[in-house]
Write a protein of this length. Structure first.
Length: 564
C-alpha cells in the first residue's frame, strides 16, 4: 500500500525554501529552516487562485464574499476583523452590487443573485422596430424652433432645478441665434441637442426617433470637436449633458468612461480652480463663477457615484477645489452638492472607522432635502453608509434606525411621484432596489413592515419603464425576498420542533395546578423571564401566542406584495 501513496507537498512554502528551491513542510518554522538555521517566514498570498475569475463588473468586487482567500462561498459570515477593515477601505466598499451579492450568499449561497448593478437606472430605451445605425443630423434638421423650445422648457422645468449648471437666459439667446443662421454650426450644438434629448426623456415614457437623432447629433458634435483642438466651456457643458443622459439610460461602464472624460476636460480647462488657485498653466475661461462651480459640482457627483457603484477609481483633482455655489430661488442644486463632502470622505484613500460612518449617517439624516430628486440622492448616500456599517456589524441606536426607516418611506413616495410625473431620474430604480436589500439585512419587524411598500414601488417602476434592466431588477428583488422567506421558514420549523419536543417534556414534570390554558402552556418560561432583564415587562403570553400562530408570516408577506 505504501508504494501507491504519493508524496504530500506543502501548499505554501516559506520564503527561504522558495528562494533556495528546497523542500518545505509548511511548518513554523519548517524543518529545513530549523536544520539549516535559516530565518523562516511566509509571505502573505495575495494572488487569486487559478479557478477564481473576477467579473469585469466591479473589478474584484467578489472579494467581498466568495473570492476572499480562506473563505468559502457557503460561509460568507466567517470573516476576520482585518478582512472587514480591508473591505471598508477598498474600491468595492461603496458598491451596492457587492452588498447585494453578499446578502444573497448569506441567505442561500447556491441560488444567490449574480454580481450585477441591478436597477442602476431605468435601462436603455429602444424603438420597437429595432432600427439600425442612426445618422448624425444637424440640430436644425431634427427639430423646428417651436419643438426645440418646447423640449427646452421641459428641461428647465424638470432637470435644471436639480442639475442647474446652464444659464437659461443665455441658452435661449443662443438658441434663437442658431435658428437664425441654420447653416452655421458650432460646438454649442451639442448643448442644444443634449438639452432637447433630456427634454424628450422627461416627456415620453417610450423613446421616439427624434430622441435617438438628438442623442446621436450631440455625440457626433462632441467627438468631432474634441479632435479639433483645445476644449472650451461649451464642450464641457455638452459633455455634462451627455453624462446626465447616460446616467439615466446607458450602461454603467460607458457612463463611467464618459464621466471620467468630463472630469479630465474640467481639469484641462482649470474650471475647478478658484482665481487664487490658478497657475501659469491654467486656461483663462470667461464664464459666470456660480455656473462654473455648479458644473464642476454636478460632474464630481456623477463621476464619484458611478465609480463607487462600479468599484472603480474616480477622477479627483490634485490641486484646487471650487467653492460651493450660491443657492437660488426655485433651485435645489445646492442641496445635492451639499452631499459631496461626506460622499468624498467615503473614498478608499480616506480612513474611517464605524464611529465616523455613524456620525456621517446622522449628519445626512439631519439634512434638509425638499424635492424628490434631492431626497433620493440623500437616501442613496444613507444606503451607502448603512451598507458600510452593516458589513462591520455596527449596531446603531433605535432612534437613528427610526429616522432611517422614515427616510426610506419618504424616498419611496418620492420615487412613485417622479414615475407618475414622467421624471425617470436614475434613483427611481436604484434607490427602491437597494432599500429592499437593506431592509432584508436589517431583519427586524419594523424594517419588514416597509418591505411591501418598497416592492410595490419597484414593481411600479418596472411596469412603467418595461426595459430588460427593470425586469431583471424586479425579478432579482423577488428572488431575494423568496430566499429570505425560505430561510425564515426553515428557522421556524427548527424552532417549532425544539418547542414541541422540550415543551411536552417540561409539561409532564410540572405539578398540576389550576391555571388558565394560556398561562399553563407557558408557565415554564416565567422563571426564565425573571432571570433575563431584557425580557422583563414584555407581554410574553401574547408574543408567544402570536408567534406560534404566525410561523408562516413570511408567506403572508409575499402574498401581500403579490409575489406568490
Amino acid at each position: 500500500m505504501t508504494g501507491h501513496l504519493k508524496r504530500k507537498r506543502s501548499r505554501v512554502a516559506c520564503e527561504p525554501c522558495r528562494g533556495r528551491k528546497r523542500k518545505c513542510n509548511g511548518g513554523t518554522p519548517c524543518s529545513t529552516c530549523s536544520n539549516w538555521g535559516y530565518d523562516c517566514y511566509y509571505e502573505v498570498q495575495t494572488r487569486p487562485k487559478k479557478h477564481e475569475t473576477y467579473m469585469p463588473l466591479l473589478s474584484s468586487a467578489g472579494t467581498l464574499s466568495e473570492h476572499r482567500p480562506g473563505c468559502s462561498s457557503g460561509t460568507p459570515n466567517q470573516e476576520t476583523q482585518a478582512d472587514l477593515q480591508g473591505i471598508t477601505q477598498s474600491l468595492e466598499a461603496n458598491s451596492g452590487a457587492a452588498f447585494v451579492r453578499k446578502l444573497g450568499l448569506k441567505v442561500d449561497s447556491t441560488n444567490a443573485p449574480r454580481l450585477n448593478l441591478f436597477g442602476w437606472n431605468i435601462g436603455a430605451r429602444h424603438l420597437p422596430s429595432g432600427l439600425g445605425n442612426i445618422s448624425a443630423l444637424r440640430i436644425v434638421d431634427i427639430l423646428s424652433l417651436a419643438d426645440m423650445k418646447a423640449m427646452a422648457d421641459v428641461y428647465f422645468t424638470k432637470v435644471d432645478p436639480c442639475y442647474g449648471f446652464i444659464d437659461s437666459r443665455t441658452f435661449f439667446e443662443r438658441l434663437d441665434a442658431r435658428w437664425r443662421l441654420p447653416l452655421v454650426s458650432s460646438i454649442y450644438d451639442s448643448v442644444l441637442a443634449g438639452v432637447a434629448a433630456l427634454g424628450s426623456l422627461f416627456s415620453h415614457r417610450s423613446i421616439n426617433i427624434t430622441e435617438l437623432l438628438l442623442v446621436e447629433s450631440a455625440r457626433s458634435v462632441l467627438e468631432i470637436r474634441d479632435s479639433c483642438g483645445t476644449p472650451c466651456m461649451d464642450t464641457v457643458t455638452g459633455w455634462a449633458l451627455r453624462v446626465v443622459y447616460m446616467r439615466m439610460t446607458a450602461s454603467p461602464h460607458s457612463t463611467w468612461i464618459a464621466s471620467s472624460t468630463l472630469m479630465h476636460l474640467i481639469e484641462a480647462l482649470g474650471l475647478h480652480l478658484e482665481p487664487s488657485d490658478e497657475t501659469v498653466l491654467s486656461c483663462s475661461v470667461q464664464c459666470d463663477p456660480d455656473v462654473r462651480r455648479r458644473l464642476v459640482g454636478v460632474a464630481q457627483h456623477l463621476n464619484m457615484w458611478t465609480s463607487y457603484d462600479l468599484g472603480l477609481s474616480r477622477v479627483s483633482f490634485q490641486n484646487g477645489q471650487p467653492l460651493p455655489p450660491s443657492p437660488k430661488p426655485g433651485d435645489y442644486t445646492t442641496e445635492l452638492l451639499n452631499l459631496l463632502p461626506i460622499s468624498a470622505s467615503l473614498g478608499p484613500e480616506r480612513t474611517q472607522d464605524d464611529r465616523d460612518l455613524e456620525s456621517s449617517l446622522v449628519r445626512i439624516l439631519d439634512g434638509v432635502h425638499t424635492q424628490p430628486p434631492s431626497v433620493l440622492a440623500q437616501c442613496n448616500l444613507v444606503l451607502c453608509l448603512l451598507r458600510r456599517l452593516l458589513v462591520v456589524n455596527r449596531n446603531t441606536s433605535s432612534a437613528v434606525m427610526e429616522n432611517v426607516l422614515a427616510l426610506f418611506k419618504k424616498a419611496l413616495h418620492s420615487a412613485r411621484s417622479m414615475i407618475m410625473s414622467c421624471c425617470p431620474w436614475q434613483h427611481v430604480a436604484n434607490v427602491p432596489f437597494h432599500i429592499i436589500s437593506i431592509l432584508l439585512e436589517m431583519d427586524s419587524r419594523a424594517s419588514l413592515d416597509v418591505l411591501p411598500d418598497a416592492m410595490q414601488t419597484l414593481k411600479l417602476v418596472a411596469s412603467t419603464y418595461d426595459t430588460g434592466t427593470m425586469r431583471e431588477a424586479y425579478s432579482t428583488a423577488c428572488l431575494l425576498v423568496l430566499l429570505y422567506q425560505r430561510r425564515r421558514c426553515e428557522d421556524a420549523k427548527l424552532l417549532s420542533g425544539i418547542v414541541n419536543t422540550h415543551y411536552h417534556q417540561t409539561e409532564l414534570s410540572l405539578p398540576i395546578r389550576q391555571t388558565s390554558p394560556t398561562s399553563e402552556r407557558f408557565s415554564w418560561l416565567e422563571g426564565l423571564v425573571a432571570d433575563i432583564p431584557s425580557l422583563q415587562g414584555a407581554d410574553l403570553y401574547q408574543s408567544l401566542g402570536e408567534d406560534m400562530i404566525g410561523l408562516s408570516r413570511g408567506s403572508d408577506l409575499l402574498e401581500s406584495m403579490n409575489l406568490m
